[in-house]
Design a protein around this ligand. Structure first.
Ligand SMILES: Nc1nc2c(c(=O)[nH]1)N[C@H]1C(S)=C(S)[C@@H](COP(=O)(O)O)O[C@H]1N2
Ligand SMILES: [Mo]
Length: 201
């Protein structure tokens, strides 16, 4: 291939300078839905959020209690392992730092668990320090069920399968316990900038 052709394709496929991880394309205004099973529908009166596992006492927030927590707007790029990326997605929710505030734990990992049985595992250091949120708003509207509403995890610096839809809590664990896709051959960590798509990448 001539350098001219390569340069043209490169320009055409890359998004804003430096924001597209290797092997990804900009999906533009689209927002694909990727769900491994049916969309669960949990009404607010039956919804709660729990932090459990390696903690002295589990913490649970009701719908009302969760919505009384300090909230933050978040604008981030997201990257799906099926190779679409989406720039400047706008969310609002509660920082995981807020949910873990005052929690004393020796755990080094968390497993996010969801209605419907989905799980995904993350090092605690990937969901703390302003890197992860539990969000209920997308683009100024309540998060739709297809995209994980009423509430999903948002961990934008990792491939989007780590952002568990319909999330109901975080289990703090001493040992790393592979979640749903991680058990099926996806990479355990999933850093898009290092192209950690599948086990062994
Ligand atoms: N509970 C649950 N969360 C999930 C999934 C799922 O199947 N179930 N799919 C994951 C995958 S592979 C991706 S790419 C994103 C897709 O989110 P979206 O449907 O809002 O685009 O959700 C992630 N979170
Ligand atoms: Mo995905």
């Amino acid at each position: 291939m001539s350098p001219i052709t390569r340069g043209f394709l490169g320009r055409r496929r890359s998004g804003p300078e430096g924001r597209l991880p290797p092997g990804q394309y900009d999906v533009g205004n689209g927002f694909p839905v990727l769900s491994a099973g049916p969309t669960p529908r949990t009404s607010p009166d039956r919804w709660s959020f729990t932090v459990r596992g390696e903690v002295d006492e589990a913490l649970t927030w009701s719908w009302a209690q969760f919505h009384a927590l300090p909230r933050e707007p978040v604008t981030v790029d997201i990257h799906c392992v099926t190779s679409w990326s989406k720039f400047d997605t706008r969310w609002e929710g509660v920082s995981v730092d807020t949910l873990l505030d005052g929690v004393d734990t020796a755990a080094e990992y968390v497993t996010a668990f969801s209605d419907g049985g989905y799980t995904t595992n993350l090092p605690l250091e990937d969901v703390t320090g302003g890197q992860a949120w539990v969000v209920d708003t997308y683009d100024g509207e309540p998060l739709t069920p297809e995209h994980g509403g009423p509430v999903r995890l948002l961990v934008p610096h990792l491939y989007f399968w780590k952002s568990a839809k319909w999330v109901r809590g975080l289990e703090l664990t001493a040992e790393d316990e592979p979640g749903f896709w991680e058990t099926f051959g996806y990479h355990n960590h999933g850093d898009p900038w290092r192209e950690q798509r599948y086990a062994g990448d």
